[in-house]
Design a protein around this ligand. Structure first.
Ligand code: UDP
Ligand code: MG
Length: 160
């Protein structure tokens, strides 16, 4: 383990998690929220939202040159999504572990994709891949007044 990775796992971070249209259509919203909630992360933003094409393209701008980009944009805008902001120590990498790798057939059992999906093009959930992208994506999908700061009653029981 590199020192900077250890350091980033000790810092309070924000991540953007999104239930994609297939997750909503398949009735998996509660199940997916539940995984992050039970782990002990703090929900700071939540909404059901029909994503416009322009926002989908901005969110996935790094993948613009990929052959699957048009189908990805079609998929993400094909129905409402559930947008979430989660906060916690090391939440970015931890959420990616809870989600599992991009291809659900390769994702470990116990992960969201490993348990609930079978194809990369229908992999039910998104999670930011770095603390910087967590901030960027939350700012992209939420207005400032949609993010709530609060102290969970369980806080002293999660961290000493
Ligand atoms: N995707 C796809 N085909 C591919 C790779 C990715 O349809 O070959 C889609 C898939 O929905 C994935 C999203 O594009 O979740 C973003 O790709 P990325 O590589 O960022 O994967 P993620 O970070 O979501 O695991
Ligand atoms: Mg990604």
């Amino acid at each position: 383990f590199l020192p900077h990775l250890v350091a980033s796992m000790e810092e309070v971070q924000e991540t953007y998690i999104m239930v994609k249209p297939d997750g909503l259509q398949r009735g998996l919203v509660g199940e997916i929220i539940s995984r992050f909630e039970k782990k002990g992360f703090k929900l700071t933003g939540l909404k059901l939202f029909q994503c416009p094409k322009q926002l989908a393209e901005e969110h996935y701008k790094d993948l613009k040159a990929k052959p699957f980009f048009p189908k990805l944009i079609e998929y993400i805008t094909s129905g409402p999504v559930v947008c979430m902001a989660w906060e916690g120590v090391g939440v970015v990498a931890s959420a990616r572990k809870l989600i599992g790798v991009t291809n659900p057939l390769q994702a470990e059992p116990g992960t969201i994709r490993g348990d609930l999906a079978v194809q990369t093009g229908r992999n039910v959930v998104h999670g930011s891949d770095s603390p910087e992208n967590g901030k960027r994506e939350i700012a992209l999908w939420f207005t400032e007044d949609e993010i709530c700061q609060w102290t969970p009653a369980q806080a002293p029981w999660l961290r000493e």
